[in-house]
Design a protein. Structure first.
Length: 102
């Protein structure tokens, strides 16, 4: 297992009430209502869901990785670079799993 030699940043957030609750970051910049999507048995309410948050963060982090490698290779990427991602969730042998498609 790899171990971080240095922690550059640690994101901290707290979810309350599960999929029908709220999520807030420790700095207050993220403060959202959560809803369970219909595909997972919920009402598909007005809030976002954890899968949407995960896929948005994963896409943004992947762009960061692309920019890092591009800069090392002296390649300039525009500010309009975008990455679309899909993260399905479904049953696996002992619970649930996710997959990522960029």
């Amino acid at each position: 297992m790899n171990v971080l030699s240095e922690k550059l940043y640690t994101g901290v957030a707290t979810a309350t009430g599960g999929r029908e609750g709220t999520a807030k970051s420790d700095d207050g910049k993220l403060n959202i209502t959560l809803s369970t999507p219909k595909g997972l048995g919920g009402a598909g309410g007005e809030g976002t869901n954890p899968e949407q948050l995960f896929v948005a963060g994963y896409s943004a982090c992947f762009i960061g990785a692309l920019k890092h490698v591009a800069a090392a290779e002296k390649i300039v990427l525009g500010n309009d670079i975008s990455v679309s991602a899909e993260v399905p969730i479904g049953p696996i042998e002992h619970g649930f799993g996710i997959a990522v498609k960029l």
